[in-house]
Design a protein. Structure first.
Length: 493
C-alpha cells in the first residue's frame, strides 16, 4: 500500500493533520522484527516515501538498521539496491553503515548484469549526494559501463542515466577517464540530444569541467544543441551559470553559446543569486568573451549583491570587470571597498592577486577609489609571489633574441607587479616580449588573464608588449634564421 500511494504520488490527509503514510509507517514500526519483509518490500517502501517527500526518520532508521544487520544482501537485486540508497539520499536521511553495506555488496558481485542503466546511475548518484565515499563501488560500476561492448550497448542509457552518472563521479571526486570517454563518445554520437532536458545538459558539461576530463567533441555538440534551441526559458539560473563556467574551466571556446547565454542572463538577471552572478562574469572574462552589453547590464544586480558575495565572489567580480574594462562607478566605490574590508581576512592568494589587478585597473581609469595601503600591499605581495617557470619555448625565443645581439633581460618584475618573459631595448625604448604558450589561449583567442596582462603592462607600466604566439613560432620549426626574421618583424611593428 505504501508503494502504491508513493507510485501514484498521493499524500492523503487523515485525522489530526497526519497523513495516510504516517498511519502506515506506524503499522510497520509496530513489527517486532522485519524478517517478514523481503528486499523488494523494504526497498519499495523506502522508495515510495522518498518519492512523495514524506519524512519518516524513525522508519528509515529502523529499516536501515535491519538491512545492516542482515548476514548478506544476496536477496537484493540491482533495483532493490538502487532504490534503497536512492531513497536515503533523496529523503536526506543519513545512515553511513547502510550505504557501506550496500556498496560493499555491489562491489563484490561477480558482475552487474542485473543492474539496468537507471539502477547504475541512481546508485552512484545516491552515494555522491549523501557525501559517502566508496571508491570500489564507483570503479565497479564504471568498469561495467566501459566494458559494455560497442556503443550500441549504451543505447539504453538515456539523458538522465548519462548525466547522473557523470555528475556523481565528478561530485564524488572519483576519477575514471575511460568512463568519461565512453559516455562522452556515446552522447556525442547520438542523432539528437532532444531527450536531454536542461538539467541533464547542464550537469553533463559541469561534470566534465569539474573532473578535468577533456572531450572537445562532446562539448561542441552540446553547445551546438543549446544554441539551436528556440528559447532557453526552461534553463534555471544555475544551469546558465554552470554551462558558461564549465566551458571556461574546460578552456573550450564557443562564442555563439556565450552570446546566447549572455542574452538570457541579461533578461533574467533578477533570478541570479550572488555566487551565480560572480561565476557567470568570471567565466565570460576568463574565456575572453567580453560582452560589454552583458557587463553593463548586470551592474544593478552586481551592486545589489555587494553585501552577499563572499571574498572570492568579490575578487571574481572585480577581476572580471577589470578584464572587460567596463567602467562601473556605481559598483566600484566606497561601498565596494567596505565590502572587501569586512572580509579582508577571508581572501586567499588568488583573490588577493585579482584585487591587485583591479587596483591597477583603477589606475588605468584614473579613479580615486583604492584599497587601504596595507591591504594593497598584501594584494601586491600575493601577486608577485608566483614563481616563474620558464618553458623550453621561452628558452628558445630567448636564445634567438640573444643571437640577435639584443641582450634580453629575463623574468623582469615591472612596477605594476607583472613579470615579463623578456625585456629588450629597441630604438632606445623598452619592449616587453611575452612568450605566449598554449595556456595563454583558448583555441587561437587570448584568455582574459592574458588580455588583461598585455593591456595593463602597456597602460600602467608604459611598456610596449610584443606577443609571440606558440603556433606562429612552431611554424618555423628548427629554422633559426626564419625565427630570427620573425622576431625582427614582430619587434619592428
Amino acid at each position: 500500500m505504501i508503494y502504491a500511494f508513493g507510485l501514484a504520488e498521493e499524500v492523503v490527509l487523515v485525522e489530526n493533520g497526519s497523513t495516510y503514510f504516517d498511519m502506515l509507517a506506524e503499522e510497520v514500526l509496530s513489527f517486532d522484527s522485519f524478517d517478514e519483509f523481503n528486499s523488494y518490500d523494504l526497498s519499495n517502501m523506502l522508495w515510495a516515501l522518498a518519492n512523495v517527500k514524506d519524512e519518516q526518520p524513525k522508519l528509515f532508521k529502523k529499516i536501515g538498521d535491519h538491512i545492516v544487520g542482515l548476514d548478506n544482501l544476496n536477496s537484493f537485486n540491482g533495483q532493490d539496491c538502487s532504490n534503497t540508497v536512492w531513497a536515503y539520499a533523496t529523503a536526506n536521511e543519513t545512515h553511513p553503515r547502510l550505504f557501506e553495506k550496500v556498496a560493499d555488496h555491489i562491489a563484490t558481485l561477480d558482475n552487474l548484469h542485473n543492474f539496468k542503466p537507471q539502477a547504475l546511475s541512481n546508485t552512484v548518484w545516491a552515494v555522491a549526494t549523501a557525501k559517502e565515499q566508496h571508491s570500489q563501488l564507483f570503479k565497479k560500476i564504471a568498469d561495467h559501463i566501459v566494458e559494455l561492448v560497442g556503443l550500441d550497448n549504451l543505447k539504453s542509457f538515456n539523458g538522465q542515466d548519462c548525466s547522473n552518472t557523470l555528475w556523481a563521479f565528478a561530485t564524488a571526486g572519483e576519477s575514471h577517464p575511460q568512463l568519461f570517454k565512453r559516455l562522452g563518445d556515446h552522447i556525442a554520437g547520438l542523432d539528437s540530444l532532444r531527450h536531454f532536458n536542461e538539467q541533464e545538459l547542464s550537469n553533463t558539461v559541469w561534470a566534465y569541467a569539474t573532473s578535468g576530463e577533456s572531450h572537445p567533441r562532446l562539448l561542441e555538440r552540446l553547445a551546438d544543441h543549446i544554441i539551436q534551441l528556440p528559447k532557453l526559458d526552461k534553463f534555471n539560473s544555475q544551469n546558465l551559470k554552470d554551462i558558461v563556467w564549465a566551458f571556461a574551466t574546460a578552456r573550450e571556446s564557443h562564442p555563439q553559446l556565450f552570446n546566447k547565454l549572455a542574452e538570457e542572463a541579461i533578461k533574467r538577471q533578477h533570478e541570479f543569486i550572488s555566487q551565480e552572478i560572480s561565476n557567470l562574469l568570471w567565466a565570460h572574462a576568463t574565456n575572453g568573451q567580453v560582452d560589454e552589453h552583458l557587463f553593463s547590464s548586470l551592474v544593478p544586480s552586481v551592486k545589489d549583491n555587494l553585501d552577499k558575495y563572499n571574498a572570492q565572489g568579490l575578487a571574481n567580480v572585480s577581476w572580471a570587470y577589470s578584464v572587460a574594462n567596463v567602467d562601473a562607478p556605481s559598483v566600484f566605490n566606497d561601498e565596494f571597498i567596505n565590502a572587501c574590508l569586512k572580509k579582508e581576512n577571508d581572501f586567499k592568494s588568488d583573490g588577493l592577486s585579482q584585487l591587485h589587478q583591479w587596483q591597477l585597473w583603477q589606475e588605468e581609469l584614473k579613479s580615486d577609489v583604492s584599497l587601504p595601503e596595507s591591504f594593497q600591499m598584501r594584494c601586491y605581495e600575493a601577486f608577485i609571489s608566483r614563481i616563474p617557470r620558464p618553458s623550453k619555448f621561452q628558452d628558445d625565443v630567448i636564445s634567438i633574441i640573444s643571437s640577435m645581439g639584443l641582450q634580453p633581460q629575463e623574468e623582469v618584475l615591472l612596477k605594476s607587479g607583472y613579470r615579463i618573459d623578456a625585456v629588450v631595448e629597441v630604438d632606445g625604448k623598452q619592449v616587453a616580449v611575452e612568450v605566449d604558450g598554449p595556456s595563454h589561449f583558448i583555441g587561437r583567442e587570448l584568455t582574459g588573464s592574458t588580455i588583461l596582462k598585455h593591456r595593463q603592462i602597456a597602460s600602467v607600466d608604459g611598456v610596449k608588449v610584443v606577443s609571440i604566439p606558440y603556433w606562429e613560432w612552431d611554424e618555423h620549426k628548427k629554422d633559426s634564421k626564419k625565427k630570427e626574421q620573425y622576431l625582427r618583424n614582430s619587434l619592428d611593428n
